[in-house]
Design a protein around this ligand. Structure first.
Ligand code: DGJ
Length: 696
């Protein structure tokens, strides 16, 4: 279609790998509506979401499947955008102006002659994905200041005629990514964060399907925003569920002065005909595309946090590194505690100089010793935070978020730097960049251990978009570091998984999802995580048993197979491991290196769940020739095998029923593996398995 034709029409279809998304501007031109969202061809028929019947005591916009609605368009059902003029007036009402785009992208412009507000509603469907990226650019073309009271990025309409089933993830520190669901008959459901960071409490991710078809068509939404956010779902009387996704403004409205523009973050929508598992695969493909060329195998790492905590010194780290190297570890990461003033979590943050007392021969000589063992070297930092007991804070007390005349709230004994300020951003960038230039570092773990509490600056500069400025500089610094140090792997961490969103998935290589590495707790955390995130983002360590949070015992094999579901690491005090344990660990690491390409690139099927007798993850290689199955025994270990019992069967998915699959001497047909399942027999000592099937 030529661009003129495109501009003349009032209905547009975007096409992804197998999904289409059709929107239209109705005759009246007051908004953009969804026509259909689903598999190719779904738009060819009456719209499943459109409505032009009576709306007594409502407005037509409240019932319409509006893509991006102001409070004039959706006064009762909930707008995506609320704007106030200087005299307190609301109800922005705009009209259609123009559209540009093609099959992969679309930009539809609306303008309000009264306020001068212009909105460009944007879409992108990246080739090879079933994800639609949506965001809005707001510009004040008027002559007076506007106040942005609510700034959603997008509204997504999902047909749920029999009631909506919403899947979401809740959590807390050390218990993130708990997958749960709620059935929504009528009314609303909200998740979000007011912490200036995505947070531990909820994940900016939601899945919606019709209650009558729980394994059928499933729509997902996620936000690419590393600050405060909100996702709401409302099901109306007519069976339409509308999901609003966007930034949350816990500190009040934002100013949009004349001539100014604001670009809102990308809200991504995903579609799969195959339930939650299918939706997970859509997100995996998308995140793999976000990783681009950086989607190589992540190194097997050792992290010293749980072994030495803050008592880091060259001697104990080298003792750990020597053993790690023997086990086959590739990168040795020194966690918190390596810098001056950091014997515990009461000081040091901000003063990023290696502690000479801990590295008496010099830090570089220590790094060289680690490297001489054949290991790459990694370092922990938390550059956005500052300890009140630090030189940085003594020199720049005005750099932290604060409200003049009021005490600052310490969390984990630390304050938060106002990264939105240029001089602070410069300090953070040059600190990390300097460390990477000065020392031979191949891996960076960037941590963040407190939310933002004070919504202000010491100097009291009036209303500022603190969240927006912080996030923009954070993203820019990550991008610059990756550009200037392309070989450094960056792990994003925030006291565990409080900073996992699509924007970080595009800028970091791996996430630390939780401080909880206790085997069965971790299984549940990873199960939720993999519904929203691809395996290359899942950093996981084998730690000592019993775990800190979850004392339920599991074998070393269980803990290894569990950590192999993503990016394998070890966080145990391996100095105390027996020769037998070390031999076993070395064998697991060697096996992981054989399968990690398939874990990174394979098609994932989540089988059963952590609260079910069968629990496994299947990774099928892109050429479908190899199938890796990681399986865990979720039940009690005592009594297992004493009573007559048949093996647990793991139904594998996506295999060719007519093909044969081999595991050692055992042969299975694809039909058997799909219909009956791969057998695994648990015993008190055999509580996990790694099975690799080869297509015969
Ligand atoms: C929180 C992280 O999640 C841990 O892995 C560890 O790095 C500590 N911070 C260090 O303070």
């Amino acid at each position: 279609m030529n661009p003129n034709e495109w501009a003349r029409q009032r209905s547009w279809t975007l096409r992804g790998a197998s999904t289409e998304y059709t929107v239209a501007v109705p005759e009246h031109g007051r908004w953009l509506e969804l026509v259909a969202w689903g598999p190719y061809g779904v738009s060819d028929g009456p719209s499943p979401v459109g409505y032009d019947g009576p709306t007594p005591f409502l407005t037509s916009g409240d019932a319409a499947p509006i893509e991006y609605g102001t409070d004039a368009a959706r006064p009762f059902a909930g707008p995506d955008l609320v704007v106030e003029t200087a005299n307190g007036g609301r109800r922005v009402s705009w009209g259609y102006r123009e559209a540009t785009g093609d099959e992969r992208s679309l930009a539809v412009t609306f303008a309000d002659p009264v306020t001068g507000l212009r909105a460009v509603v944007r879409y992108e469907m990246p080739a090879g994905t079933d994800v639609v990226r949506r965001w809005v650019e707001l510009t004040n073309d008027g002559e007076t200041e506007l106040r942005l009271v609510r700034i959603g990025s997008a509204g997504f309409c999902v047909p749920t005629p029999h009631g909506a089933r919403l899947s979401y993830q809740w959590g807390q520190w050390a218990q993130e990514f708990q997958l749960d669901q709620v059935d929504l008959g009528h009314g609303g459901f909200t998740v979000g964060s007011a912490q200036g960071v995505p947070g531990h409490l909820y994940v900016p991710w939601l899945a919606v399907r019709d209650q009558a078809e729980p394994d059928g068509p499933t729509w997902g939404m996620a936000l690419a925003w590393t600050g405060s956010w909100e996702i709401t779902a409302d099901r109306d009387t007519g069976g339409l569920t509308r999901v609003r996704v966007g930034r949350h403004l816990p500190d009040g409205p934002l100013d949009l002065p004349p001539g100014a523009s604001l670009e809102l973050p990308v809200a991504a929508g995903a579609y799969s005909p195959d339930g939650l598992g299918g939706l997970a695969r859509v997100w995996h493909d998308y995140q793999r595309q976000l990783a681009g060329e950086r989607l190589g195998p992540r190194p097997v790492l050792y992290n010293s946090w749980e072994a030495t905590y803050f008592s880091v010194d060259a001697e104990n780290q080298l003792a750990l590194a020597r053993i790690a190297a023997d086990l086959g570890v590739e990168t040795f990461v020194v966690d918190d505690g390596w810098f001056v003033g950091r014997p515990d979590d009461h000081g040091g943050l901000g003063d990023w100089t290696p502690d000479p007392a801990k590295f008496p021969a010099g830090f570089d000589s220590f790094v060289a010793d680690v490297r001489a063992l054949g290991l790459n070297f990694g370092l922990w930092v938390e550059p956005e935070c500052v300890s009140p007991r630090s030189r940085l804070y003594a020199e720049h007390p005005d750099w932290v978020y604060a409200i003049e005349g009021r005490p600052i709230t310490p969390i984990r004994n630390q304050y938060l730097l106002d990264l939105g300020r240029p001089e602070v951003a410069e300090f953070v960038h040059s600190t990390v960049d300097g460390l990477l230039r000065r020392h031979d570092i191949s891996y960076l773990k960037w941590d963040f251990n407190r939310p933002r509490t004070e919504p202000g600056r010491m100097a009291g500069t009036g209303r500022v978009d603190l969240d927006g400025a912080h996030v923009a500089n954070l993203h820019r610094i990550y991008e610059e570091l990756r550009r200037d140090h392309p070989h450094v792997v960056i792990e994003a961490c925030a006291g565990g998984g409080a900073r996992t969103d699509l924007a970080m998935a595009a800028r970091s290589d791996v996430f630390w999802p939780s401080d909880n590495t206790g085997p069965l707790d971790r299984l549940a955390i990873q199960y939720g995580f993999l519904h929203a995130n691809a395996p290359h983002l899942l950093s996981s360590w084998v730690t000592d048993s019993p775990g800190l949070f979850d004392p339920r015992p599991r074998s070393l094999a269980f803990r290894f197979v569990l950590a192999m579901a993503g990016v394998l690491g070890i966080g145990a005090d391996i100095r105390h491991w027996s020769a037998e344990q070390r031999t076993e660990a070395a064998a697991w690491i060697a096996r992981y290196k054989e399968i990690r390409e398939i874990v990174m690139h394979g098609t994932v099927h989540l089988i059963g769940g952590p609260d079910q007798p069968r629990c496994a993850v299947q990774y099928t290689s892109p050429d479908a020739a190899t199938v890796v199955v990681l399986a865990w025994h979720t039940g009690r270990l005592d009594g297992t095998g004493l009573l007559p019992s048949r093996p647990v069967r793991l139904p594998l998915r996506g295999l060719d029923p007519a093909a044969g699959y081999r595991h050692g001497e055992q042969h299975y047909s694809g039909a058997h593996l799909g219909a009956v399942g791969l057998p695994v027999q648990w015993t008190p000592t055999h509580d996990a398995d790694l099975i690799v099937l080869h297509r015969a």
